[in-house]
Write a protein that binds this ligand. Structure first.
Ligand SMILES: [Zn+2]
Length: 131
């Protein structure tokens, strides 16, 4: 079930998130965690902060073995209502354009995993680098 968050200042909460589609190919679905989020209104946009800790299973892109890693995410996005504002904010924040008065949290977290999920074992752990 998606988490729908109203675009309103001071909105904050913790939700159970289960991501099982749209994930990077190297991750083994589902990815589950508790996510804390907070919205703060700015002049013409909102800052969305979210944080979560989780353990993810993934396929190491070097040795192709299944592996597990802990992920600690703490990030802030700028939610804008139009493309012009998004462009102006690009140098300072990661802007996301929102259509409407609320948004779905999950797709933003899927995007986060595309950026943050591990790619490879550390060299000591990787089977390929031991041979
Ligand atoms: Zn490896």
């Amino acid at each position: 079930m998606p988490t729908i968050i109203p675009l309103r200042s001071g909105t904050t909460g913790t939700c159970e998130v289960i991501l099982d589609s749209g994930l990077p190919d190297r991750l083994i679905a589902p990815v589950k965690f508790q996510c804390h989020y907070e919205l703060v209104e700015q002049d013409r946009y909102y800052l969305l902060s979210y944080r979560f800790h989780t353990s993810v299973k993934y396929i190491c892109q070097r040795c192709l073995e299944e592996s597990e890693a802990n992920l600690k995410i703490d990030n802030t996005l700028a939610l804008c209502v139009n493309d012009g504002d998004a462009e102006k904010l690009m140098s300072e924040f990661e802007p996301v354009v929102i259509k409407g008065k609320s948004f779905e949290l999950e797709p933003l977290l899927v995007d986060e995993l595309h950026l943050s999920a591990p790619l490879k074992h550390s060299p000591e752990e990787c089977i390929d680098s031991r041979v």
